[in-house]
Design a protein. Structure first.
Length: 230
């Protein structure tokens, strides 16, 4: 199985080393991120597992331009699926400008060399819808775009207040049972501010770009880490 149902309508897609999420409203769905290059077939398989085809995808939302999230965006866009991303990351996604590299700590530089080995660059993709903080997308009862710069300039989270669900992108991660700020940031101080902005939303369920999602207890876990950061 590629798709794991986390709660009603919410699925985690296991895409090899990486992951994406799917929100389903009846026979329509929104994909959040796409994994690395070459994950398109797995995403199609995940849709088939839950009785949907790529035609059911109303949009794919990219939380940011990094290759482990946007790698298969072009493969999904090829099905005629509109691509949604923040205006600040859109030029990178389109291939118009190179993505600014993270401001690595020495630890992160070594970690990145190990974990990103073999990660292929995301092919350019057209961004059909550029979004900004406060925009609301028509799924999950109204999905609010939350601008969370720091990881990349155009990083976004998606908040579904009606369901208490938060897609954090890479601003927050889970690693070996710990909730941690994401690594490989453009600006770690700004990323910390964005972490606190997400904590203030007090989600019930949080879907991280990396690691195990927090189902039902996200508020306590993220809140405790935000306090430690402050
Ligand atoms: Zn990232
Ligand atoms: Zn990532």
């Amino acid at each position: 199985m590629v798709a794991t149902e986390l709660s009603e309508g919410l699925y985690r897609l296991g895409l090899g080393r990486y992951q994406a999420y799917l929100w389903r409203d009846g026979d329509r769905a929104t994909l959040v991120d796409t994994g690395e290059v070459g994950s398109g077939a797995l995403i199609v398989a995940a849709l088939a597992e839950i009785g949907l085809s790529p035609d059911a995808l109303e949009r794919v939302v990219l939380t940011h331009f990094h290759d482990d999230h946007a790698g298969s965006a072009a493969e999904i866009a090829a099905f005629g699926v509109p691509v949604v991303a923040h205006a600040a990351d859109a030029p990178v996604l389109r291939g118009e400008v190179p993505g600014p590299p993270p401001d690595f700590t020495p630890f992160e530089r070594e970690l990145h060399a190990r974990t990103a080995a073999g990660l292929r660059p995301a092919p350019p993709v057209a961004v059909d819808v550029e979004v900004a903080d406060g925009d609301v997308l028509d799924f999950g009862g109204g999905a609010r775009v939350v601008s969370v710069p720091g990881h990349t300039d155009g990083s976004i989270a998606l908040h579904l207040p009606e369901h208490g669900v938060l897609f954090t992108g890479d601003l927050i991660a889970e690693y070996e049972g710990e909730i941690i700020p994401g690594v490989f940031n453009l600006d770690a101080a700004e990323a910390a501010r964005s972490f606190r902005k997400l904590a203030a939303l007090r989600p019930t369920t949080a879907c991280f770009g990396h690691g195990e999602p927090a189902i039902g207890n996200a508020d306590a876990l993220i809140g405790a880490r935000a306090e430690a950061l402050a």
